[in-house]
Ligand binder design. Sequence first.
Ligand code: GTP
Ligand code: MG
Length: 246
Amino acid sequence: MTVRSALVIVPTYNERDNLPLIAAGLMALPGITMLIVDDQSPDGTGDVADALAREHPQRIEVLHRAGGRGLGRSYLDAMQRSIDRPFDAICQMDADLSHDPRHLPDLLAALEQADVVIGSRYIPGGGIVNWPWRRRMLSRYANVYIRLVTRLSARDCTSGYRCWRREALAKLPLARVASEGYSYLVELLYLAARRGFRIAERPITFVERRQGESKLSAAVLLESIVTPWRLIAGRAARGTPSPPPR
Ligand SMILES: Nc1nc2c(ncn2[C@@H]2O[C@H](COP(=O)(O)OP(=O)(O)OP(=O)(O)O)[C@@H](O)[C@H]2O)c(=O)[nH]1
Ligand SMILES: [Mg+2]
């Protein structure tokens, strides 16, 4: 399958300065529609998003979420609404310029041989710019921990830069995903692996944000520690072996 069209979901919380830059990067690429998912950012990111959508009426859309904020919930809301739309691929990336839109064509090309492609920091050619060593260690150990507990074989299970074949994503039980924060990244990948999806990785250079603030909270970190165990416990409780590859 050649990917001709992709919907790129970009969650935002207080990213008013970054959003126009990431939008410009995405609009420079053919076949891309951008869906901004804003959680009522106090800094007015939602208004910036609406202005961008007026500027690019066919190509930028905005989902203003109400109720509880959360990265995982934002992605899942957006995915559930988009799953039946006529796009070949559904992608996800951060708004803070850590994920360079220029990697997107390479990720989309790799979808020809895969159901999901991860923009990976931890394969040859990938890397991280401007992270202090403590943050590097946290991310590295998180991946070792997740891989050990869940048996996922991807090197970068926590990357938020991903492309899915829409038809593959549609087969996942999105309504049942329980993670609220970053853990949803691990949870979705785990569900994909259990269904025998082909998971590929392509190298990206991740650049630490220059503007705005990180939203990594203690509650979200705690959820990331518990989630791998919840996932394997869920499998044990259901007593079902991994389904055969499609
Ligand atoms: N809609 C929505 N977006 C969020 C929420 N929390 C974070 N985001 C967005 O999700 C993306 C990743 O969040 P970041 O704060 O950059 O998290 P991070 O990349 O782990 O941390 P940094 O290294 O500090 O950038 C960014 O585009 C955020 O604006 C949320 O609760 N709701
Ligand atoms: Mg970030």
